[in-house]
Design a protein around this ligand. Structure first.
Ligand code: SAH
Length: 389
């Protein structure tokens, strides 16, 4: 039986972000290992999970909601799970400490600039959220001020004061989100300072990250994850590689150095733009990125009779689509490397994929999200002997 101990975080019960605070880290890993073992047993035995040496303050993307409490004080923090009540939090055990400090500074600046948090019920006020992203290797810091309206009184002075307090900030954006929505970011964006993006280096490649594009939130473990995925692909320099659900092109661009060519596909147009500019800046000429639905894209490739030797897929938590999985079985690459952030949808999708001519030849769980119940896995599917082309 697991030993319970007092959670280190005082917000544990209300916040709900870290479901495993009551377990020592070694036991969290054991829990995650058992979950993978149980869900993926039909396909093989998962290797021992790769955990972190220091599992604290790993989150390089921090988001805080702003509001007013019953004493009319301005608060910032996270929404209590499945509610719209803000749990005030200044310091978080898993978030980047510099990002947390910037959020506290912004909160303390609001009264003197006469800026009020946006209040959903009355529609009154301006500031909805603050998003901070920090490049782990570069140290570059992006601050996104999410406002309900484009009008931002004393904007220039606000930016100046924030930069004075935190000279480590390299870019500041205003994102306008006027809608009645639970989404943090709206469509419209204005650059208030700096280039409007940050850069970071992973596995020797430098990536441009914009406010809206997806970027893995645990840089230390992302390197572990990507190295595992690329080594599973067994690239020799001759392969045509597909990077599906590619985000800003990270996996494809890292793989491009060991492959003949890379084709990336991604739904989010901002991320595709980042992927293309990442390739250009790194002088990578054998990678192309396309906006669109991965399922439709792969179907079109299969119908056109195109070939791929290796397909990486890294879908969101909902997993892949039947259209994608069926197209994959028409395309018949030699290797499929499935990177999953949800072992349940992974198991569901493997039920479609792991049939002749494929079998699962390796399963590597990686702990990307210590203290939470999320589990990441990399699975290699290879063509069974006699089927290789
Ligand atoms: N491989 C990337 C991103 C993984 S996150 C990385 O490691 O950083 C999953 C990505 O899938 C997100 O960027 C999301 O925008 C994209 N996505 C979601 N649904 C999609 C779909 N139907 N087709 C293509 N991309 C999709």
């Amino acid at each position: 039986m697991a030993t319970t101990f007092q959670p280190a975080c005082p917000h544990y019960r209300k916040c709900g972000g870290c479901q495993m605070q009551n377990l020592p880290y070694a036991e969290q890993l054991l829990w995650k290992q058992r979950l993978c073992d149980r869900l993926l047993r039909p396909y093989g035995k998962p290797m021992p999970i790769l955990g972190m040496e220091n599992p604290l303050h790993y989150r390089n993307k921090v988001q805080a909601a702003f509001g007013v409490n019953h004493k009319k004080q301005i608060i910032s923090g996270v929404y209590q799970s499945s509610s719209h009540r803000i749990v005030p939090i200044d310091h978080c055990m898993i978030e980047d400490a510099c990002a947390d400090a910037i959020i506290v500074t912004i909160r303390s600046m609001l009264p003197s600039f006469k800026i009020l948090p946006y209040q959903e019920d009355s529609g009154y006020g301006l500031l909805r959220h603050v998003l901070v992203k920090r490049g782990f290797t570069s140290g570059e810091v992006m601050v996104v001020l999410v406002t309900a309206s484009p009008v931002f009184p004393s904007r220039n002075n606000f930016v100046k004061a924030l930069r004075n307090a935190h000279p480590e900030i390299t870019t500041i954006l205003q994102n306008i989100n006027p809608g009645h929505t639970s989404l943090v970011l709206g469509e419209q964006e204005k650059i208030l300072y700096g280039p409007g993006y940050i850069e970071d280096t992973l596995c020797g490649c430098t990536f441009r990250i914009s406010a809206k594009s997806f970027y893995q939130i645990n840089p230390v473990q992302t390197e572990v994850l990507y190295r595992t995925a690329v080594s599973f692909a067994g690239l020799t320099g001759k392969e045509t590689v597909v990077d599906a659900y590619c985000g800003i092109g990270t996996i494809g661009l890292i793989a491009s150095r060991h492959a003949k060519s890379v084709i990336g596909v991604e739904l989010n147009r901002d991320a595709v733009r980042d992927a293309i500019s990442n390739a250009r800046r790194m002088n990578i000429r054998n990678a192309r990125f396309y906006p669109g639905d991965a399922g439709e894209f792969l179907c079109a490739m299969a119908e056109a009779g195109e070939r791929a030797d290796v397909v990486f897929l890294d879908p969101p938590r909902a997993g892949s689509s039947n259209a994608f999985l069926n197209a994959l079985r028409t395309l018949l690459p030699n290797r499929i490397v499935y990177i999953s952030c949800n072992p349940e949808t992974l198991a569901r999708d493997l039920a479609v994929l792991a049939k002749d001519p494929y079998r699962v030849t390796a399963i590597q769980p990686v702990d990307m999200f210590p203290f939470t119940h999320h589990v990441e896995c990399v699975v290699l599917l290879s063509k069974a002997d006699g089927f290789s082309t």
